[in-house]
Structure formats: C-alpha cells, structure tokens
Design a protein around this ligand. Structure first.
Ligand SMILES: [Zn+2]
Length: 271
C-alpha cells in the first residue's frame, strides 16, 4: 500500500490517506482487529503504519462502509436517504448512510449487515455465526454448499456443475455458469441464496425504512439467477411491501466503491 501510494503521488500533494479494509476493525484506533479471510491479521495498527511510512495522516474504516459512502455520494445511491449498501461477494458486507453521512454506531461497527441471523440450524460464517446471511448467500457459502453436495454424491451425475468442477473446486462463478446452462441443482442453490438475501433485506427494510438499497459485489453479476427469489422473500417478509417499497438497484462504482468512499471520507475529516 505504501509503495503504491508513493507511485501514485510522486509530487506529494495528497493531504491524507483513506484506507478501506475488511473488518472487523476499530476506526477510532486505526486498528485491524482481525480479517477472517486473511489469516495472521490480528490487532494490526494499519493506519499508524501507513501514516508513519508516508508522513501523512491516515484513517482506516471498513471497506463495505466506505463503499456505502462512495455509492451514496457519487454512485447509485445519490440523493437517497437512508441509503443501505450491501456487497455480496466472497463475504457479505454493508453500510448505512443517512443524510449523506456514514452511520457508524458506538464503535464504528454499524452496518455489519452480512451477519444478520436467519437460520440457527444453518451453516456458520467465518466469524462463527450459525445461519447468518453471509453463511447462506455469499460466494463462499455457495461454493461450500456445492463442495459438500459433491462430496456426499448429492449432485445428479449429468449435472453441468460436475462437468465444470472436474479439475478444480467449485466456485460461485461455476454455479452461475452451470445454472445459465440449465443445471437445476445450481439454479436451486442460487434461488435459496436469493431467498436468504430477500429475508435479510426484509429485516433491514423493517428496521430502517430505507429510500434505496444498492447491491454490489461479484455475485450481482448473477442478478437474474436470484433476483426473483429475493423479491418473493421481500413480498413475504417486508412490512407494507410493496405499497411502501424501496428501490433495490445495482451499484454504479463496481470495485472502486471503497476507494471513492475512502477518499471522500478522509477528505471530509481532514479538509
Ligand atoms: Zn456471520
């Protein structure tokens, strides 16, 4: 990160550094608490390390929270409040922006929407929660489900998915390709994920009554495979749906949401 920042700004004109990192983390202390998908990152003072190396003030926040801010101020969420952002990828993260400001909560941990609890009998996420949204509808959840079904011999022998996963472990992208080729097992897995997403969004809608929800992350590429099931679950579980519904739209900024949000967030604090 330090090397990249020096290359990006050789004239040293930057006024500060905004860092978007996976959580959970402590924004006030600039400290990464742990990164479930990156072993070894435990209580790392990341903001201090970067600030000392670059001799600039540095601030750290959750990547999904900053992507929410980016989408709210410069992307698909512009003009909407409250604005909820959810990234559905390897994991599921989120953020809440109210009146153009990130809602951070007491410890900067608000918006961990991927850990909404849906099914106590379900599989566990990387943080050990049984049946949270991330454990049911993320890319890693879909891949794990396919892996376990393959190991148990529960996928039909003529499945496209089995043909795609002969020489490497199944991934969410493979499940999408298989479903698009008519694989009924893969399609059902996407619809289950869409239903879980719809239930999770219903809880968010019932809590916040947002004006708009922006969905980002790699799994939104498979939108048509799960959106129908998501809307069915919303109709069943969101209070007053669809009479007082909110828009649910894809993100505008793609993988740059966290970068844009980090820049806007640090500029507001240092400007
Ligand atoms: Zn969880």
């Amino acid at each position: 990160m330090v090397t990249a920042a020096r290359e990006l700004d050789p004239e040293r004109t930057a006024v500060g550094i905004g860092i978007a990192a996976p959580g959970p983390l402590d924004p006030a202390a600039g400290m990464v608490i742990r990164m479930p998908n990156l072993p070894g990152w435990h209580d790392v003072p990341l903001a201090t390390l970067v600030a000392e190396a670059l001799e600039l003030p540095a601030r750290l926040h959750n990547d999904a929270s900053l992507a929410a801010l980016g989408e709210a101020l410069a992307g698909a969420g512009r003009g909407a409040s409250p604005l909820v952002y959810l990234t559905v990828s390897t994991g599921i993260g989120g953020g809440i922006v109210i009146g153009g400001r990130l809602f951070e909560g007491r410890h900067g941990l608000a918006g961990e929407l991927g850990h909404i609890l849906l099914d106590p009998a379900g599989p566990t996420c990387g943080l050990g929660h049984a049946g949270c949204l991330e454990a049911l509808a993320s890319g890693s959840a879909l891949a794990r489900r396919a892996r376990e079904a393959m190991a148990a011999g529960a996928i039909p022998a003529d499945s496209v998915l089995l043909a795609l996963a002969t020489d490497r472990p199944p991934a969410a992208s493979m499940l999408a390709a298989a479903a698009l080729q008519g694989d009924t097992w893969a399609l059902a897995a996407w619809q289950d994920a869409g239903q879980a997403l719809g239930r999770g969004l219903a809880s968010i809608i019932n809590t916040l009554d947002p004006e708009r929800i922006v969905l980002g992350g790699g799994l939104t590429a498979a939108w048509d495979l799960w959106a129908g099931a998501m809307h069915e679950a919303l109709a069943e579980n969101a209070v007053t749906w669809p009479d007082r519904a909110c828009d649910i739209v894809p993100a505008d900024l793609g993988d740059d949401g966290g970068l844009v949000g980090a820049a806007l967030w640090v500029a507001e604090r240092l400007g």
